[in-house]
Design a protein around this ligand. Structure first.
Ligand code: HEC
Ligand code: HEC
Ligand code: HEC
Ligand code: HEC
Ligand code: HEC
Ligand code: HEC
Ligand code: HEC
Ligand code: HEC
Ligand code: HEC
Ligand code: HEC
Length: 449
C-alpha cells in the first residue's frame, strides 16, 4: 500500500514538474509562473523565461552559461578584477566556503526583489569582508575603514576597476579640473567606420519625391542623400517590392554595429528576445506623460527622414525621458555648451550632450580606450570608432564613464569626485563636487614611500 502511495506521489510530482518545465519553455502566458518580480536590469524580459532558464530543469551551470552568454564579453573587456578563474584556483578554495564566487547567482540571484540592492546585487554590502578581512594589516590607510565602504562610489568595484586601479590613479594624478576647449574637440575628431557598398537604385526617386514633398525636403538635406543612398536603400522589401515602413533590418544592412549594440541595452533588449518593442508606459523611470506609447526603434530618436544625429543627442531623448536628472540637463554648464553648439556658436565637437555620456564614441567597442587622435592612430587600421547604441554600457557603476567620457575633458580626480556626488547626478552636473574621494592621494603617497 505504502509503495503505491509513494508511487502515485512520485508520478504526480513528475507530471507536475513536467507541466511546469513545459510551461517554462513553451506556454504563451508565463506570468502566472513568475515567482517574484525580476531585478531592475531584467524586468523587461522577465516573461521570456527561457532567456535565462535555457533548459527546464537546469540550475547552477545552466544559469551560469546564460549569464555568461549575455554578459561574458563585457566583463572580459572590463578586465574583471574577480573572474571565475581566480576562484577555481585550489589555493583560494577556502575563500569559497561562505560565498561561492565562481557562481554569478551567489551574488546576483533573481526574483527576490526584497533583498536586491542596486545593480542586481543580492549579498549584504559588507561582503568584501569574507575574503579581505586582513586588508588593514597590509594597508595602514585602510585600518579604520568599514567593510561596507569598499565599494562605495569612487573607491573599488567588484568587477570593473579600469579607472580605479593603483597604477592608473598614480599616472593620472594632478592636472587642471577642466581642459582647454581645443583639447575637447579631439574626442569627436576620429573618423567613422567604413560602410558597405550601396545597392543600385531600384525605384524612380524623382517621381517618388514629387509625390512626397516633405519627405523629399528632409531627405535631400540628410547625410543619406549626400552619401548617395537612394529611396531603395531603405524601402526595398521582399522581391524588390516597395516596403512602406522600413525597420531595424533595413538599417542593419548598412549600420550593423549600431543595431547590434542597441539590442544590448534597455532600449532594445526586448526586441532582442523577440518581445514587443519597449515603450515608456512599460518602464520604471519617470517619462513625459504624452510619450507612453512611443515605441523604441531606430526612428524614435533620429526621426525619418532627417536621420540627424544632433537632434537625436538631446531633444530626441527629452521627447521621452522626464526624470529629475534628465530635465535638469538644459540648465547645466554642459547643457549650455550643447545649446551653443546647436546655435552654431561653437563647433559641434565641443558640445556635451546626453549622448556624450550615455552613447559615447568607442574604439572597437571598448570603453577603456581613450577616443583621441593619438590613441586611435596608434591602433592603425584596426581602429573602428563608432557611437555605441547601448546606453547602459557606461551607466553603472558610473565609474565606467570616467575613461571614455569625462577624462576627455576633466582630470581623473575631478571626475571621480563628481561621479561620487549623488546631488550632482540629480542636478545633471551643475556646480563643483561636495566631497573628495581620497583614492588618488593614498595611491600617490604609497608610491612615494
Ligand atoms: C534574467 C534571468 C531570469 C529570467 C528571465 C527568469 N529567471 Fe527564474 N531564476 C533566475 C535565477 C538567477 C534564479 C535563481 C537560482 C538560484 O538562486 O538558485 C531563478 C530561479 C527560479 C525558480 C526557482 C527554482 C530554481 O531553479 O531555483 C523558478 C521556479 C523560476 N526561476 C521560474 C522562472 C519563470 C517561470 C520565469 C519566466 C516567467 C523566469 N524564472 C524568468 C533567473 C531568471
Ligand atoms: C538574454 C540576455 C541576458 C541574460 C541571459 C542575463 N542578462 Fe543580465 N542583463 C541583460 C541586459 C540586456 C541588461 C540591461 C542592460 C545592462 O544593464 O547592461 C542586464 C542587466 C544586468 C545587471 C545590471 C543590473 C543593473 O541594474 O545595473 C546584472 C548585475 C546582470 N544583468 C546580471 C546577470 C546575471 C547574474 C545573469 C544570470 C543569472 C544574467 N544577468 C542573465 C541581459 C541578460
Ligand atoms: C562575489 C559577488 C559577485 C559575483 C560572484 C558576481 N558578481 Fe556581478 N556584481 C557584483 C557587485 C557587488 C556588483 C556591483 C558593481 C561592482 O561592484 O562591480 C556587480 C555588478 C555586475 C554587473 C553590472 C555592472 C558591470 O560592471 O557590468 C553585471 C553585468 C554583473 N555583475 C554580472 C555578473 C556575472 C555575469 C557574474 C558571473 C560570471 C557575476 N556578476 C558574478 C558582485 C558579484
Ligand atoms: C570570494 C572572495 C572575494 C571577495 C568576496 C572579494 N574579493 Fe577581492 N580578491 C579576491 C582574490 C582571491 C583576489 C586576488 C588576490 C591576489 O591576487 O592577491 C582579490 C583581489 C582584489 C583586489 C586587487 C586588485 C586586482 O585586480 O588584483 C582588490 C582591490 C580587491 N580584491 C577588492 C575587493 C573588494 C572591494 C571587494 C568587495 C566589493 C572584494 N575584493 C571582494 C577575493 C575576493
Ligand atoms: C535611411 C532610410 C530611408 C531612406 C533612404 C528613405 N526612407 Fe522613407 N522611410 C524610412 C522609414 C524608417 C520610414 C518609416 C517612418 C516611421 O515609421 O515613422 C519611412 C517612411 C516613408 C514613407 C511613409 C511615411 C511618410 O512619412 O509618409 C514614405 C512615403 C517614404 N518613406 C518615402 C521615401 C522616399 C520617397 C525616399 C527617397 C527620396 C525615402 N523614403 C528614403 C526610411 C527611409
Ligand atoms: C544603404 C545603406 C544605408 C541604409 C540602409 C541606412 N543608412 Fe544610414 N547612413 C548611410 C550612409 C552612407 C551614411 C553617411 C555616412 C557618413 O556620412 O559617414 C549614413 C548616415 C546615417 C546617420 C548619421 C547622420 C548624421 O547626420 O550624422 C544616421 C543617424 C543614420 N544613417 C541612420 C540610419 C537609420 C535609422 C537607418 C534605417 C532606417 C539607416 N540609416 C539606413 C547608409 C545607410
Ligand atoms: C536613444 C536614441 C537613439 C536611438 C533609438 C538610435 N540612435 Fe542612432 N544615434 C543617436 C545619437 C544621439 C547619435 C549621435 C551621437 C553623437 O554624435 O554623439 C546617433 C548616431 C547614429 C549614427 C551615426 C554613427 C556614427 O558613428 O557617427 C548612425 C549610423 C545611427 N545612429 C544609426 C542608428 C540605428 C541604425 C538605430 C536603430 C538600431 C539607431 N541609430 C537608434 C541616438 C539614437
Ligand atoms: C521613445 C522613448 C525614448 C527615447 C526617445 C529615449 N529613451 Fe531612454 N529609455 C526609454 C525607456 C522606455 C527606457 C527603459 C526604462 C526602464 O527600463 O524602466 C529607457 C532607458 C534608458 C536608460 C537606462 C536607464 C536605466 O535605469 O537603466 C538610459 C541611460 C536612457 N534611456 C538614456 C536615453 C538617452 C541618452 C536618450 C537620447 C539619446 C534616450 N534615452 C531616448 C525610452 C526612451
Ligand atoms: C556628464 C554626463 C551626463 C550627461 C550629460 C547626462 N547624463 Fe544621464 N546619467 C549620468 C550619470 C553619471 C548617471 C547615473 C548613473 C548611476 O550612477 O546610476 C545618469 C543617469 C541617467 C538615467 C538613469 C536615471 C535613473 O534614475 O536610473 C537616465 C534615464 C539618464 N541619465 C538620461 C539622461 C538624459 C536624457 C540626458 C540629457 C537630457 C542625460 N542623461 C545627460 C551622466 C550623464
Ligand atoms: C566634451 C568635454 C566634456 C566632457 C566629456 C565632460 N565635461 Fe564636464 N564640463 C565640461 C566643460 C567645458 C564644463 C564647463 C566649464 C565652465 O563652465 O567653465 C564642464 C562642467 C562640468 C561640471 C560643473 C562644474 C561647475 O563649476 O559648475 C561638472 C560637475 C562636470 N563637468 C562633470 C563632468 C563629468 C562627471 C563628466 C563625465 C561623466 C563630464 N563632466 C564630461 C566639459 C566636459
Amino acid at each position: 500500500m505504502k509503495k503505491i502511495v509513494w508511487g502515485i506521489w512520485l508520478l504526480a510530482t513528475l507530471v507536475l514538474a513536467g507541466y511546469y518545465g513545459w510551461l517554462l519553455l513553451q506556454a504563451d502566458d508565463k506570468s502566472e509562473l513568475l515567482i517574484g518580480e525580476a531585478t531592475h536590469g531584467h524586468f523587461q524580459i522577465e516573461l521570456a523565461c527561457s532567456s535565462c532558464h535555457t533548459q527546464a530543469f537546469g540550475g547552477g551551470e545552466v544559469l551560469q552559461d546564460a549569464c555568461v552568454s549575455c554578459h561574458g564579453d563585457d566583463l572580459a573587456m572590463a578586465h574583471d578584477s574577480h573572474p571565475r578563474k581566480k576562484f577555481t584556483d585550489p589555493r583560494n578554495a577556502d575563500l569559497l566556503k561562505v560565498l561561492d564566487a565562481r557562481q554569478c547567482i551567489s551574488c546576483h540571484t533573481e526574483h527576490q526583489n526584497e533583498r536586491t540592492h542596486p545593480m542586481g546585487v543580492t549579498v549584504p554590502e559588507d561582503y568584501c569582508f569574507h575574503c579581505h578581512e586582513d586588508i588593514g594589516e597590509r594597508r595602514p590607510s585602510h585600518v579604520e575603514l568599514p567593510f561596507d565602504s569598499c565599494a562605495s562610489a569612487g573607491c573599488h568595484n567588484f568587477h570593473d576597476n579600469r579607472a580605479l586601479y593603483e597604477d592608473f590613479l598614480v599616472a593620472n594624478s594632478g592636472g587642471p579640473w577642466v581642459k582647454s576647449v581645443a583639447q575637447l574637440a579631439e574626442r569627436n575628431a576620429a573618423s567613422r567606420a567604413p560602410l558597405p557598398d550601396l545597392p543600385a537604385p531600384a525605384f524612380d526617386d524623382t517621381a517618388l519625391m514629387g509625390k512626397h514633398p516633405q519627405v523629399a525636403a528632409d531627405f535631400l538635406a540628410s547625410s543619406h542623400a549626400a552619401a548617395g543612398v537612394g529611396c531603395a536603400g531603405c524601402h526595398t522589401g521582399n522581391n524588390d517590392q516597395w516596403l512602406q515602413k522600413p525597420e531595424l533590418n533595413q538599417c542593419k544592412t548598412c549600420h550593423a554595429g549600431e543595431v547590434e549594440t542597441w539590442l544590448q541595452g534597455k532600449h532594445g533588449m526586448r526586441l532582442a528576445q523577440d518581445l514587443s518593442a519597449m515603450s515608456p508606459s512599460m518602464g520604471r523611470l519617470a517619462f513625459q506623460a504624452h510619450a507612453g506609447d512611443r515605441h523604441q526603434g531606430c526612428t524614435s530618436c533620429h526621426g525619418a527622414h532627417k536621420f540627424d544625429a544632433k537632434t537625436a543627442a538631446v531633444g530626441g531623448c527629452l521627447e521621452c525621458h522626464a526624470d529629475q536628472h534628465s530635465l535638469a540637463f538644459n540648465d547645466s554648464p554642459h547643457g549650455l555648451l550643447a545649446q551653443q553648439a546647436l546655435n552654431n556658436q561653437r563647433p559641434w565637437s565641443e558640445a556635451v550632450t546626453c549622448a556624450t555620456c550615455h552613447m559615447p564614441r568607442l574604439v572597437n567597442g571598448d570603453t577603456g580606450i581613450k577616443v583621441d587622435k593619438e590613441s586611435v592612430s596608434a591602433l592603425g587600421e584596426s581602429a573602428i570608432v563608432s557611437v555605441t547604441h547601448n546606453q547602459n554600457l557606461t551607466l553603472r557603476p558610473n565609474e565606467k564613464m570616467i575613461r571614455p567620457v569625462c577624462m576627455s575633458c576633466h582630470s581623473l580626480e575631478f571626475s571621480i569626485d563628481a561621479l561620487a556626488d549623488e546631488s550632482l547626478i540629480q542636478n545633471n552636473f551643475k556646480g563643483k563636487p561636495h566631497q573628495h574621494i581620497e583614492s588618488i592621494d593614498w595611491a600617490v603617497k604609497r608610491e612615494q614611500r
